[in-house]
Design a protein around this ligand. Structure first.
Ligand code: AHR
Length: 502
């Protein structure tokens, strides 16, 4: 029995913000140093930025890039990494030396080269409202005061106009330096927001939050009037101490949990009448938590073997398979479906660690997740349509804890294009080994082209000299009512109808 999907092209759910395809980069392991920033490498440009990485970022039209952390920012002082005198300091969050050679000016330069919006996360751990607003002065004031003058002196006469700022990272977590209680958080955010808005009222502010009702109530009551965004984070596979990857079935079980945080935060925003004013910035998300044992714990690792060298294991490319690709696609489907409330999402991170681009001395590897961004950014539409389905097959799978859970095997989102003809439907087939038929019911005409990634098995991956997961295209002729599309096992597909793309 094929799954039948009914799409009413007149029922528009909304226009998705392109920033749902955003990314994150942190001063962690090889993301900045030895990653995107590698002066001296023949593949780097005059500013030390890896050209191959920038090109890969441009291809997936990175719309926004959150920086510099993450936990890193909780003891980071931006003034140490600006101007002539750069002082290497000990990064207390990750327990390594931070050379401070990549700071605000280098980051803005990188964003300009990529063509993305900067999104700066401030230090609300050991930092103050004043330090945050000084940063906004440096970036956004034309010339008034010492910080704008400092930027000019550093060779940047025009203000950077950074619109998106986040107050803090995960300040609710005991692992975060300078963690706060609910009450402390509400006060700090309100006072920081006030000072930032005094410097530049055009900024859009976000603040660290989670799905906890008490935390969010406090935050929104104390500072909701200043906020445009509320930030949430999610990592589904909890492997930061073990690097023990959930297998394909367990990852598919995780896909059933994808929308939970959004539902909770939406409910709270609605209860407070803030759902039109404040959008969700899902500003860190990834299926897999990053591996950094013995630092987010009360007892710290003593030797580098215990707390530092294990981080290299994040960079083993064979770990990032079709499970990661399918999960990523399901997450992006959820963002599209919730486009009225999610305005931004940032895949964590973009380069190295669990990222979609891996760098080595002589080149890059585009992991499976990179190709999902390629599909969604370059082939899916921007207007999300309502749809409903009949006969979505369900399979009982075991979660990582061994619990049995019902997993819907197909995940679909339908879209149209503002100002352009045609439709594009994202259809994910989670089924491990079987093809699935998808019957389309849509008032459309024209040629049907399917862009897809499948991989030669659920464990397919890309590595140096190995390309198992890539975007493919298949043309299926003209659309016919009741047409059935055969979805390959473990595949992500964008079905385009009448878009004239061949
Ligand atoms: O594991 C990496 C960390 O994940 C980020 O620094 C932090 O924001 C989140 O806890």
């Amino acid at each position: 029995m094929p799954m039948k999907i009914h799409i009413d092209t007149r029922r528009i759910l909304g226009k998705r913000n392109p920033m749902i395809y955003g990314h994150f980069i942190e001063h962690f392991h090889r993301q900045i140093y030895g990653g995107v920033y590698d002066p001296g490498n023949p593949l780097s440009d005059e500013d030390g930025l890896r050209v191959d990485v920038l090109e890969a970022m441009k291809k997936i039209k990175v719309p926004v890039l959150r920086w510099p952390g993450g936990c890193f920012v909780s003891s980071y002082h931006w003034k140490d990494a600006v101007g002539e005198k750069r002082v290497p300091l000990f990064d207390k969050a990750w327990r390594v030396e931070e050379p401070n050679t990549f700071g605000t000016d280098e980051y803005i330069n990188m964003c300009r080269k990529v063509g993305c919006e900067p999104y700066i996360c401030t230090n609300a751990g050991t930092g103050t409202a004043e330090e945050m607003s000084d940063w906004v002065e440096y970036c956004n004031l034309p010339c008034e005061g010492q910080y704008a003058k400092w930027r000019i002196e550093n060779g940047h006469p025009e203000p950077y106009g950074v619109k998106y700022w986040s107050i803090g990272n995960e300040n609710y977590g005991f692992w975060e330096i300078g963690a706060k209680s609910c009450e402390e958080w509400g006060r700090l955010v309100a006072e920081s927001a006030k000072m930032i808005k005094h410097v530049d009222p055009r900024t859009e502010l976000s603040a660290a939050a989670l799905t906890d009702v008490e935390w969010n109530m406090n935050l929104l009551k104390s500072s909701g009037m200043f906020l445009n965004w509320i930030s949430i984070h999610d990592y589904w596979d909890p492997i930061h101490e073990t690097n023990d990857f959930a297998d394909y079935d367990a990852c598919m079980a995780y896909t059933e949990d994808i929308g939970i945080s959004v539902k909770k935060v939406r409910g709270l925003l609605e209860a407070l009448g803030l759902e039109k004013k404040i959008k969700i910035a899902y500003d860190e998300w990834n299926l897999r938590q990053w591996y950094h044992p013995n630092v987010h714990s009360v007892v710290q690792g003593v030797t580098k073997e215990e707390y530092l060298y294990p981080r290299d294991k994040n960079d083993i490319n064979s770990q990032y398979t079709m499970a990661d690709a399918i999960f990523t696609a399901c997450f992006l489907n959820m963002c599209n479906r919730n486009c009225d409330i999610i305005g931004m999402a940032n895949f964590a991170p973009i380069v190295n660690t669990r990222g979609c681009i891996y760098t080595y001395e002589d080149g890059i590897v585009l992991r499976s997740t990179y190709h999902v961004f390629d599909l969604y950014v370059n082939y899916l539409g921007d207007v999300v349509l309502d749809s409903w389905s009949e006969e979505n097959p369900v399979k009982v799978l075991k979660t990582a804890d061994g619990e049995e859970t019902e997993v819907r095997q197909i995940d679909v989102v339908a879209t149209a294009f503002a100002g352009k003809k045609g439709y594009a439907i994202a259809a994910v087939n989670k089924e491990k080994g079987d093809y699935q038929n998808l019957e389309l019911d849509i008032a459309a005409e024209g040629v049907v082209n399917v862009y897809y990634i499948g991989g030669c098995g659920v464990n397919a991956y890309n590595d140096i000299g190995r390309e198992e997961v890539t975007v493919q295209r298949e043309s299926l002729g003209n659309y016919r009512p009741g047409m059935k599309i055969c979805l390959r096992p473990h595949s992500v597909n964008i079905i385009r109808i009448g878009c004239g793309d061949y």
